[in-house]
Write a protein that binds this ligand. Structure first.
Ligand SMILES: [Cu+2]
Length: 444
């Protein structure tokens, strides 16, 4: 079960309910849930999902924790924008602003009557922040004036805790935890700012949202005064630098997972390498293609019911492949497009073997075979970005039977086909779930 309509379940109709029963199986960390029906999560159908770890290795390094949920926000509901978008007459729509835990600044004067989210911290205390970018389109950078952030988690994976930063770049779907030390004596409060990166257009021009920065306040104790407006532009250079770096590597890349056996990359021989060439093709509407196939969500049945009820051992559908159990798969994504794409794979964390810089070019099988991968400290996460006209290689171990979608987390792109489905171990799905009662027909 992973909630994708047409894949593992039917959409939940109005007034219906649906029970998800699952075990967390020693998994923990910062996650979120959202609708996968059309572009619905962009209009707000989403929430945060934290799995606490009673044996958190960092538990002695913080006193309490808080969540920052950042999202882009459109004033015209995105399900309405989607109708126009699907006619192929407009580019990816630019969001109107950002929301910081639901609060943004729009139509107000920063110095007078805006509302700000306030995060209260005690002097000399230590706090864990979990930050989640639930945007449908925006890559963001966060800074906190005169404070440093020690990164300890990405996408549910503990980091070694050695990376201390002044800004963090986060793509849609990605999550981080960082530790922050409250000042010993603070007589003032500080701006927290989150800025969207400019949106690249096909002619290599960048567009920016009119309200590209959302402000929040790091508030010490109960001092409710606003931070100084003189400092409003203080950290701007950090944001500019992060945006500039993001043009080469969109993700944060210097992050080393904690030295835990379960994060270690398996050394078994690679069973299969799959090359996915991603390309936008114009038309009316245009589409995002993998190897010249565009993924279309099945409308009136689900892949799961084809496997369980129709006893199919393979699914014949564009951009869908069946894979075997307990093997190593290397997936190469070549991005033949001017924009970067933040991909999320359901059902797995993956090891990022290599991530090309912007414009580095594509990989073929021969080039891949001659590459030497550094298999120490490999980045391990579930959402990762492919830069423009470049490539990314990720590895996963097929030890989780299920039907797993790999898709761009820029939701506009998912709506025009940017997805690929791995049907992992259909025989095991049949054995394990033979008595699962699921509908064989879905209603649109
Ligand atoms: Cu995309």
């Amino acid at each position: 079960m992973d909630g994708v309509p047409g894949i593992s379940q039917c959409s939940i109709l109005p007034n219906q309910s649906f029970n998800y029963l699952f075990s967390t199986n020693n998994q923990s960390g910062t996650y979120w849930y959202h609708s996968h029906h059309l572009i619905q999560y962009g209009d707000g159908l989403k929430g945060i999902f934290i799995i606490q770890n009673p044996n958190d290795p960092f538990q002695h390094f913080y006193d309490n924790e808080e969540i920052f949920q950042i999202t882009d926000w459109y004033h015209i509901p995105v399900h309405i924008l989607l109708n126009t978008y699907l006619t192929g007459t407009i580019n990816d729509p630019i969001p109107d602003c950002l929301l910081f835990n639901g609060i943004g600044q729009f139509n107000c004067h920063l110095y007078e009557n805006c509302s700000f989210y306030r995060s209260i911290i005690q002097t000399n205390s230590r706090k864990r922040y979990r930050i989640i970018n639930t945007s449908i389109y925006s890559t963001i950078t966060i800074t906190i004036d005169q404070h440093q952030m020690k990164l300890i988690e990405m996408d549910g994976i503990y980091l070694n805790g050695n990376e201390i930063v002044q800004s963090i770049r986060i793509n849609p779907g990605q999550r981080y935890s960082f530790l922050l030390h409250g000042n010993e004596n603070s007589s003032q409060n500080y701006w927290i700012r989150v800025t969207t990166h400019p949106f690249i257009q096909f002619n290599n021009q960048y567009l920016q949202s009119n309200h590209s920065t959302v402000y929040a306040i790091l508030q010490y104790n109960s001092n409710e005064f606003l931070p100084s407006f003189h400092s409003l532009h203080n950290d701007f250079h950090l944001i500019q630098q992060s945006i500039l770096n993001g043009q080469h590597f969109v993700d944060e890349i210097n992050l080393i997972p904690m030295n835990l056996t379960k994060y270690e990359i398996p050394k078994k021989k690679v069973f299969q390498t799959i090359i996915l060439n991603a390309q936008f093709k114009g038309g009316n509407p245009g589409g995002m293609f993998f190897n010249n196939e565009m993924f279309i969500h099945p409308r009136n049945t689900t892949f799961l019911s084809l496997i369980l009820q129709k006893n199919q051992s393979e699914i014949h559908w564009p951009s869908t492949i069946t894979i075997k159990e307990n093997e190593i798969y290397d997936i190469i994504i070549n991005n033949n497009d001017y924009s970067s794409h933040p991909f999320h794979l359901h059902g797995h964390h993956v090891w990022i073997l290599s991530q090309g810089k912007s414009n580095e070019g594509f990989l073929n099988q021969t080039q891949y075979e001659t590459m030497n991968f550094n298999l120490n400290n490999v980045i391990y996460r579930d959402t990762f970005s492919v830069t423009p006209y470049s490539y990314l290689i990720f590895r996963f171990y097929s030890n989780n039977p299920g039907i797993w979608m790999l898709h761009c987390h820029n939701d506009w792109h998912l709506q025009i086909g940017m997805a690929f489905v791995f049907v992992e171990s259909p025989k095991l799905i049949q054995q394990t779930h033979s008595n699962l009662s699921i509908p064989d027909k879905c209603y649109k």
